[in-house]
Design a protein around this ligand. Structure first.
Ligand SMILES: [Zn+2]
Length: 353
């Protein structure tokens, strides 16, 4: 017979297995809640547990003192030896006895005990195995669940899990900003977010995520994006109410883009040949324009602005860049300043002059 097996059988016969639990681990859901909730604040909302389980997980402690040598170790439910640090962390050093195992686990305990004894006897000479082995099933509580935050007509769940004795409240990671926080708040557009990222719209006073506000380039105010337009000249957002109309092309732009009544695009018209691809495309769409000459051109994010000259008159054309639809047609005396807008009904008459 294998001497190891013989020793193992002998110690099994001498051992009783008690059920223990760490003396100071939380044992109720209420204790878990008390540990988690003080960590969080939710502005104008509430937090509660949305599902929480406290599962008893099995460990086996094996110890003996034999022939002047003390041996002690713990196995997890899978029969693997536990790091001694974890044994301390889980509070296995100070235990209370349970009247019965919290879950029925006779077969698991028996098989774990066999494994523990096998590991123990290997630490002693085959001729002199330990006479007495102290075996204990230690039951440690493992918590998992969700904290549910409710505010502003919305809710968000924060999952948690861990050993009950050392459970720490996890930080809420704001889904909109990625900020980890314990302070939550709801925006006026019903997002639950990191409170430190909430900002007020300077125009409406609405509570918003700071990232959802834009800075008006004309006034410096932080406002809802929907109150602004992007200036086609500067490319920057401007409060719609602060936009001004260019006296020449009629487009609305940021005040800073205007000088002497005209926008920067109108002030920077450059001579352009009829082979310029933009002009080729435009003349293809509006062939009557081909009669005009001395084209000068500029563009914004949304329109082409062109001027041309005839024998006696000058022409101003503002065209949508995408559709090539005319947005404005104006004429003026060739040697005079200023423009007269043309009624759309008269466009073809003017272009064909
Ligand atoms: Zn302009």
């Amino acid at each position: 017979m294998d001497p190891t097996e013989s020793n193992s059988n002998r110690v099994a016969a001498e051992s009783g297995i008690v059920n223990l639990a760490p003396a100071d681990q939380p044992t109720t859901i209420r204790e878990i809640a008390e540990r988690l909730f003080p960590a969080y604040t939710i502005d104008g909302g509430t937090a509660h547990l949305a599902g929480c389980t406290l599962e008893d997980r099995l460990f086996l402690r094996v110890r003996t003192h034999h022939a002047g040598k003390s041996v002690e170790f713990c196995l997890d439910d899978g029969g693997k030896e536990l790091d001694p640090t974890l044994v301390g962390t889980l509070g296995m050093g100070r235990t209370i006895e349970l009247k019965r195992p919290p879950v029925k686990a006779d077969a698991r305990i028996t098989s774990l005990a066999e494994r523990g004894k096998e590991m123990l006897v290997q630490q002693f000479p085959a001729k002199n195995p330990p006479e007495h082995v102290d075996l204990a099933a230690i039951w440690c509580k493992y918590a998992q669940g969700k904290v549910r935050f409710t505010a502003g007509g919305n809710m968000v769940d924060l999952p948690f899990s861990g050993w009950a004795r050392i459970l720490e409240p996890p930080a809420f990671v704001c889904p909109s900003t990625g900020v980890a926080t314990f302070q939550l708040a709801a925006t006026d557009d019903h997002k639950i977010v990191a409170a430190e990222r909430i900002a007020l719209c300077d125009e409406t006073g609405r509570r918003m995520l700071d990232e959802d506000l834009v800075t008006c380039s004309a006034t410096g105010r932080r406002v809802l994006a929907e109150l602004t337009e992007v200036c086609p000249v500067s490319g920057k957002p401007v409060l719609r109410a602060a936009m001004v109309r260019c006296a020449m092309c009629g487009e609305t732009v940021a005040p800073a883009a205007i000088e002497g009544g005209a926008c920067r695009a109108c002030r920077t018209l450059e001579p352009v040949g009829k082979n310029d691809p933009r002009l080729v495309r435009l003349l293809g769409e509006h062939p009557l324009m081909d009669r005009w000459r001395n084209w000068r051109m500029s563009e914004t994010a949304t329109v082409y602005i062109l001027t041309a000259a005839g024998w006696f008159r000058k022409l101003l054309v503002v065209v949508d860049k995408e559709s090539l639809q005319l947005r404005l047609l104006a004429t003026g005396g060739r040697l005079l300043a200023g423009w007269h807008a043309i009624d759309p009904q008269q466009y073809n008459v003017i272009l064909g002059e």
